[in-house]
Write a protein that binds this ligand. Structure first.
Ligand SMILES: NC(=O)c1ccc[n+]([C@@H]2O[C@H](COP(=O)([O-])OP(=O)(O)OC[C@H]3O[C@@H](n4cnc5c(N)ncnc54)[C@H](OP(=O)(O)O)[C@@H]3O)[C@@H](O)[C@H]2O)c1
Length: 288
């Protein structure tokens, strides 16, 4: 029986992937990694799912997580991403894993010198059968880190200018993760994961307003104003500067074109922003 390891299993992509495996009736062993496996097991119970301790910052936790497994899905950590990913890939090869799926980023995966670009190169050189996923901006950012400002102030304040973004629903990413880990034919492939259409943030605010009944507006803020906002949310300087870099790419239009890969992989169109707004409307209403 195949054992598949998921790193980042408690996060947005990881939770969506676990749900996709559950829905697909996956019959192998799923080994989910967390720095807090007991808490994760209580919060995310699932038949056939084993929770294991893993911390990128603790080299001794790599081999026990990967021992006896055949396939690995991972996202890289925020800190020391490149050495951590290299160590993970080397350990996976030592432990005899056959398949690796790395979730990178749509635009930064292509930029030499950025950690995701370097990690993609390490994945391709790992000797394992690799697949790289490059998701665009998540729709779930509006129900995650942006939800308090939407719910409490009816505002989306971002340095995104008037640029369009082909937002992807994380549930589609999760379904793609489950597909590429369970089907053959994905080795050596890099997939760009987007939604079906691109929207600017004023249109996102309108979508949320229509669904929730609150008058949410978008304010295009400058970089310094965003720094102030993000410091107020408790973000580190490194996270703020990384995010500002990503929004420069957004303003350059690099996230604007929808791609065909989600539909090709799932055999149906990607979930739409309108459906996302309708399905999550209750969440924005309850935070007002
Ligand atoms: N947000 C977007 O729009 C967007 C778009 C494209 C790409 N991305 C990329 O997608 C990734 C984020 O994915 P996500 O949103 O699913 O993650 P997330 O919700 O931010 O969750 C982070 C995950 O990483 C795990 N983690 C954090 N530090 C760890 C450590 N030291 N050792 C082991 N595990 C650790 C956490 O597990 P525990 O806390 O349980 O240990 C958790 O499962 C990032 O690489 C981001 O750059 C994001």
């Amino acid at each position: 029986m195949t054992t598949t390891v998921l790193i980042g299993a408690t996060g947005n992509i990881g939770r969506a992937s676990l749900a996709a495996f559950r829905t697909a009736g996956f019959s192998g062993v799923l080994r989910a990694a967390s720095r807090h496996p007991q808490r994760a097991a209580q919060r995310l119970p699932q038949p056939g799912l084993e929770w294991h301790f893993f911390d990128y910052a603790q080299p001794g936790s790599y081999a026990p997580l990967l021992k006896g497994a055949q396939a690995l899905f991972f996202i890289a950590p925020q800190a020391e991403a490149v050495p951590a990913a290299r160590r993970l890939l080397a350990t996976a090869a030592e432990q005899g894993l056959q398949r690796v799926v790395y979730s990178s980023g749509r635009t930064t995966g292509d930029v030499p010198g950025r950690p995701m670009h370097t990690i993609e190169a390490a994945v391709r050189a790992s000797g394992l059968a690799w697949t790289i996923l490059r998701p665009g901006w998540f729709m779930q950012n509006f129900t995650g880190w942006l939800a308090p400002s939407i719910g409490e102030q009816n505002a989306i304040r971002l340095p995104a200018g008037q640029a369009r973004t082909a937002f992807v629903d994380v549930r589609d990413i999760g379904q793609v993760v489950a597909r590429v880990l369970t089907e053959t034919g994905h080795a050596g492939q890099t997939y760009e994961l987007t939604g079906p259409e691109a929207f600017d943030h004023r249109e996102v605010a309108e979508c949320i307003s229509r669904a929730s009944g609150s008058a949410v507006h978008y304010e295009a803020v400058g970089e310094e104003a965003f720094r102030q906002l993000a410091r107020g949310w408790g973000w580190s300087d490194a996270d703020i500067e990384d995010t500002l870099y990503l929004f420069r790419l957004v303003r350059e239009g690099k996230e604007a074109s929808p791609g065909p890969d989600v539909e090709r992989l799932l055999g149906r169109p990607p979930r739409s922003l309108a459906d996302f707004c309708r399905e999550y409307a209750g969440l924005w209403r309850t935070t007002t």
